[in-house]
Design a protein around this ligand. Structure first.
Ligand SMILES: Cc1cc2nc3c(=O)[nH]c(=O)nc-3n(C[C@H](O)[C@H](O)[C@H](O)COP(=O)(O)OP(=O)(O)OC[C@H]3O[C@@H](n4cnc5c(N)ncnc54)[C@H](O)[C@@H]3O)c2cc1C
Length: 502
């Protein structure tokens, strides 16, 4: 059947991003899009850290960045600071940007490797503008001039995700999306095809459509419960399965990075917004009780907690079939790895982009379904390997949790990547998927995986060029001197917060 009516089930971040994205991207098709959500059920209520890709999503929608940031109490995010991951006392930043100069003949870390081995260079972090910008608590916008050092980074946001969903709701409704308040009680299927025909609501209303998008979060009401799409459990590699989240009052200045501090059975996040700091403790229930985890979190808050802690449960993994029949899952219903590196909103965006590109022009085609599932599997696999890397390449042996992740068997795809880097610093390249070259370098070197060899072109580099490279930290500092403090940059850029729409 030709797709004319799309029904989105669920109105969390995934539901409203999907409604906004499809209503914008598919606007010319004149589709009828409706979204049903239940205030009584609510949303998962976490997810404040994002990746730079979100800016491109917002730009595609034509959103005003200043207004959006003001509305969601957002701050800029230049990367993530990791504390205590390889050894207690260690710290490094995974920057949203590169190491080295704006113009590079070979990946800079090979040159750094040589200079470091010769005792001429200290931390690689001093050769990265976004790392130093984070560490100095500064912010400026990236330059579009490729020769400018300020072109070597990107940025994301730390924001109130429930306000982001509200903002997108307003955008979507203005774009013609109908919102229905109500609880989905059952799903009607077509007896012959097995496709979904309608959603039956508590009110008695029926929502018919040709395409249904499951954004019901961990409930996975359509894709899981109804269509029976299986879930691949990856918790043997990513054993954290619980989180406790609580916001606290602001203490000190808001910095332009998220902090991830390793703990005995997982890790703790710190996400500074304009008006409060988000905190959470992610841990493995096999290694720590909820009470112990809550004590660690509450005992380390920098200021007064705002409200009671929220306890969440999850299992790392994904559905290999995220599109079945006429049902597509986007958001937590399709899978969740864990909050580390804040990839979940990115995956929502990837799902929306793939769906918009494969939107059936006539009826649903199995080739489109297979392609969607292939693309999403690739995205999940690449993120999975990157996340496992953080746990596995550690020297920590101070708890059962770290002993397990350090010695566990890992996917072959990751083992090959690590071996390649260990042997001569090569980062396995891929065109599609999240986390490119500098991200892998940041975690490898930040977690003490030092390559045995390097690109021979680094050894062939002449002294004049090497001296230019050695001057880079000083150039970076000079570039950063006039940049505003992050907090001032946020204040001057964002208008005062607008009233939330009702
Ligand atoms: C501890 C934790 C930390 C996280 N941190 C980050 C982060 O920093 N960055 C990041 O990118 N992601 C993060 N995530 C993931 C992020 O929270 C989610 O990807 C995002 O919120 C999208 O969730 P969702 O919309 O899929 O589900 P939900 O927010 O749960 O929304 C589900 C929607 O479905 C509706 N619904 C469900 N059942 C019914 C029904 N029967 N009838 C009607 N409506 C129904 C609900 O009312 C709700 O509107 C985190 C997740 C967890 C668990």
């Amino acid at each position: 059947m030709q797709v004319r009516r799309i029904v989105i089930a669920g109105g969390g971040t995934a539901g409203w991003m999907t409604a906004a994205g499809l209503s914008k991207l598919l606007g010319p098709l004149g589709l009828d899009i409706c979204l049903v959500e239940s205030e009584q059920i609510g949303t998962v209520g976490v997810g404040e850290a994002t990746l730079p890709h979100m800016r491109f999503f917002n730009r595609t929608l034509g959103l005003d960045e200043r207004e959006l940031m003001a509305f969601t109490n957002a701050t800029f995010k230049l990367g993530i600071e990791f504390r205590d991951w390889a050894r207690i006392g260690d710290s490094y930043v995974h920057p949203f940007g590169d190491y080295g100069p704006a113009d590079q003949e070979i990946p800079f870390h090979h040159v750094w490797h040589r200079l470091h081995a010769e005792g001429r260079a200290g931390r690689i972090d001093d050769f990265s503008l976004p790392v130093r910008m984070s560490e100095r608590g500064k912010f400026d916008f990236p330059s579009t001039d490729p020769d400018n050092l300020l072109s070597t980074f990107s940025y994301a946001y730390q924001l109130d995700a429930s306000l982001y969903a509200k903002y997108l709701r307003r955008f979507s409704e203005a774009n013609g999306v109908r919102r229905i308040e109500g609880r989905i009680m059952s799903v009607e299927r077509n007896g012959d095809s097995g496709d979904i025909r309608a959603l039956a609501l508590e009110s008695g209303e029926r929502l018919e459509g040709e395409l249904f998008i499951d954004c019901t979060g961990f409930r996975a009401m359509l894709i899981g419960k109804e269509m029976g799409a299986e879930f691949d459990d990856w918790s043997n590699w990513l054993p954290c399965d619980r989180a406790i989240a609580v916001a606290c009052e602001m203490a000190g200045e808001s910095v332009a990075y998220t902090r991830a501090t390793a703990r005995p059975a997982g890790w703790q996040w710190r996400i500074p917004l304009q008006h409060r700091t988000g905190n959470g403790h992610v841990y493995s229930s096999d290694c720590m009780s909820d009470d112990e985890a809550a004590d660690i979190l509450l005992g380390s808050l920098e200021a007064k907690a705002l409200g009671d802690p929220k306890f969440l449960r999850f299992k790392a993994g994904m559905r290999p079939k995220q599109w079945v029949g006429n049902c597509v899952s986007i958001g937590l219903s399709s899978g969740f790895l864990e909050p580390l590196e804040s990839t979940s909103i990115y995956l929502i965006q990837a799902g929306i982009t793939a769906l918009a590109e494969l939107m059936p022009s006539g009826g649903v085609d199995t080739r489109d379904i297979e392609e969607f599932n292939r693309v999403m599997q690739l995205e999940y696999d690449r993120i999975r390997d990157f996340l496992i890397l953080h746990y596995h390449v550690t020297e920590r042996d101070d708890s059962d949790f770290w002993n397990y992740v350090r010695t566990m068997s890992i996917p072959d795809s990751l083992r090959e990547k690590i071996e390649l880097f260990r042997s001569r610093g090569v980062v396995q390249e891929y065109k599609d998927g999240l986390f490119l070259h500098p991200s892998w370098v940041a975690v490898y070197l930040g977690q003490r995986v030092m390559p045995q060899g390097r690109d021979p072109r680094a050894d062939a580099m002449d002294e004049a060029r090497l001296n230019e490279m050695l001057d880079l930290p000083a150039q970076i500092e000079r570039k950063l001197d006039p940049c505003a403090a992050h907090e001032d940059a946020v204040k001057s850029y964002c208008k005062p917060r607008m009233a939330a729409p009702s």
